[in-house]
Design a protein around this ligand. Sequence first.
Ligand SMILES: [Fe+2]
Ligand SMILES: [Fe+2]
Length: 250
Amino acid sequence: MSGPGLPVPDRVRELAASAWVFRWQVELEAEVRFAGLANRLESLGAPTLIVELARRAAGEEARHAVLCARMAAELGRPVPALSPPPPPAVAPSGLAEEEAVTYELTAACCVTESVSVAVLTALLPAAGAPSLHRALRELLADEVGHARLGWAHLALARERGRTAFLGPLLPAMLEGSVDEDLFLPVEPAREEPALLPLGVLPHALKRELFARSLEEVVFPGLEGAGVDAAAGRAWLAARAGAAGDAPASR
Ligand SMILES: [Fe+2]
Ligand SMILES: [Fe+2]
């Protein structure tokens, strides 16, 4: 994968390759998560459309893993032969099954997939190679649908008055959705604009897009679904403040 312009430093290429290996792993985990959620939704008597969307999402994530593996290989780093272990449950213990499923769908779809959509949208115009452009476009088209699955489920849960419990749990959910170092300074190579044409966001931009997605999409969406997002907003303000970022734009 090489775009026009200046040669890419080895360290930047290495970082981009490991980012695609990491995405491969995340996509495989998402496949397992959606397959499990489809079964759990079915057991809970969720509408067939929602169950089918979750099942279809699992298949799409499997396809995404193949695309990410291909991108990693093009950058010189084939993915491991063995798949990663299945992802851990993200819902706190002690929730009833219906609430646990709502928590997982909110974390996986409304938060993570909404952020992914923002990231992919930012990466698409910067893609250096046609193969990368195609891969990003395919990922983006599907992740938009996965975010919608979460919002559709949340709208139904709201009709039954089963969403307010999420409010106080938002800080833990958001904490679990970010990489450990998102709000920390990183090595200068990870801020290189040369990462962008390889399909990877420089670190500060990644943090900025995460915060913006929460403010513009996730928090308003949650509030529209009957969830008080105040604790989530306070979590973001504290994390962004500690990282020295400008306060949330209003
Ligand atoms: Fe995906
Ligand atoms: Fe997805």
